[in-house]
Design a protein around this ligand. Sequence first.
Ligand code: HEM
Length: 318
Amino acid sequence: MGSEVKAYGSKAALATVARTQPTWKGPARDLQAMAAVVRFDEHQRLQHVLMMSSFIILALTGLPQKFSGLALSQWWVDTLGGLQTVRAIHRSAGLIMLADCMYHLAYLGFRIGVQRRTGPLRMLPAPRDLRDLVQMVLYFVGIAREKPKFDRFSYLEKFDYWAVFWGICMIGGSGLILIFPVVATRLLPGQVIPVAMVIHSDEAILAVGWILIVHMFNVHLAPWVFPFNPAIFTGRMAAHRCAEEHPLEWERIVSTGRIPHPAAVTHGSAVKRTFVFDRRRAVGTFAMAGSAARSCAKGLSTRAAHWWARLVSRSEVS
Ligand code: HEM
């Protein structure tokens, strides 16, 4: 999460810059520097690989236990070698995930406390995120002219990170209680075991849903990154994408003088083309939605009036 400004210029990356920035006339050295910037260091990439793989194993061994009545779960548990094996795999993967969390916390402590690098602190929520969120909504409905300018992490990325952080505290804490029930009940009342089971079981559904829907969409399926965002695996991000998606971060990188000004790079942005929103169309959509809601409300109130009149007349007859 540091603000490294190392720039890469592989042949493929240079070809991408040449394709996306056909008007770029800068010297080859600058072009090379534009190709890619470091977004994640090797520790962050390793932490993500551990998290991702342990999560997949945990979901594949936890869900068949939760939905044990399904024929598919029974087939899967038998295929893996029976319930004892599945539980052992689940517990081992759980401990790997918790070890990965420790690794992440130690990494943060070292970066911030020892190396005095403030990059990771940019993941902390700030009032600016709320303003960005409001501006993004206004942009999507066609009221704001421009998208908010994000720094190293957008409000969505921060939300994604903190949601996982919180989820792991819940699922990991309850999982530990389930692995060590005797120790847990020495320190806490016995009711903690069924409570931990409910938390663990429900949080598992939330976690799988979150990763499959929100995380996958934000990171890989959104139109501006579709079909795949390799940054967390390669550690690099194309310079033109950095300039488009994280303009404030990009300007900081540029201010070091090792990469040309963002104006040269943001030119011809695909993101802008995808997301130009016609304000008149937005107003029209609102007007249509308003009139549909009005006629709906009118229809409902007429029906309610009829229904009320019939009820009253029936009670008068009886
Ligand atoms: C983070 C560390 C985790 C630990 C230490 C852990 C541990 C456990 C333990 C001890 C059990 C009880 C079954 C048994 O005795 O083996 C369990 C059940 C379960 N776990 Fe985990 N787990 C962890 C993470 C996860 C994750 C990330 C998921 C889902 C994505 C998950 C999903 C489940 C499910 C669905 C059950 C079955 C609950 C039920 O029967 O209702 N676990 N886990």
